[in-house]
Design a protein around this ligand. Sequence first.
Ligand code: ATP
Length: 239
Amino acid sequence: MSRPERIAIFGGTFDPIHAGHLRSARIVGRRLGLDRILFVPASIPPHKARPGLAAAADRYRMVRLAVAGRKDWTASPVEIRAGGTSFSIRTIERLRRRYPRARLFFIAGADAFREIKTWREWERVLQSCLFIVTTRPGAGLDAAAKGLGRAYGGRVRTLRPGVAVREADFAPGRIFLLKIDALPVSSTAIREKARRGESLRGLVPSAVAAYIRSRKLYEASPASPVPPQSAPRRHGIHR
Ligand code: ATP
């Protein structure tokens, strides 16, 4: 390959992963010509820790089920293996060591990105990879960009439909804004549906829905302990 490999980190709580995440990944991957997307479930998410959060091993298993069948998508246990509170800066550093020559991207919905200044070492985060910020119902790009303030305005590029992205556009610290036809889906709504025993068809991949049912996740009573085979494997995870 004559250009550096383009690898995106898609971080999240993924409690559970859903069709909205997958659609966003598909669109971003195509638009930016990404070679690989790493879906990285947080061990303990700094912004979304809450009682009843599904076990990290369960969230990771669901991500694996959701990405199965796509060679360019990988469930990455990097944060779960590290344990504790998952800070993106540490994840980026680890992945940078693992992929020293790659061009690293970070995919974030506008709702997550508008809080960027609360992320640990946020300025280094922005400097360490290229951000792709997508719309999400209820979260537009304007608010996400405004939150950054003037000092960062020069780094922001809106990706217009039909305008190709070239290698030269990938200046360090660049932040791309991408309006997508996002699905009005959230993990919160899915957990609520599962709790009420409603169908999750179309909201999560069918294998994920079956996993949620079999593990009785998100039901009123707490899930039983994670069976040993559900724990993240130590080797051979990154394809
Ligand atoms: P919750 O409802 O529990 O807060 P969530 O649906 O926001 O969860 P997360 O795992 O927290 O899911 O999200 C991970 C990343 O995916 C974030 O950057 C978020 O903005 C983005 N994202 C989540 N849902 C969508 C969606 N429907 N469309 C586009 N991006 C999304």
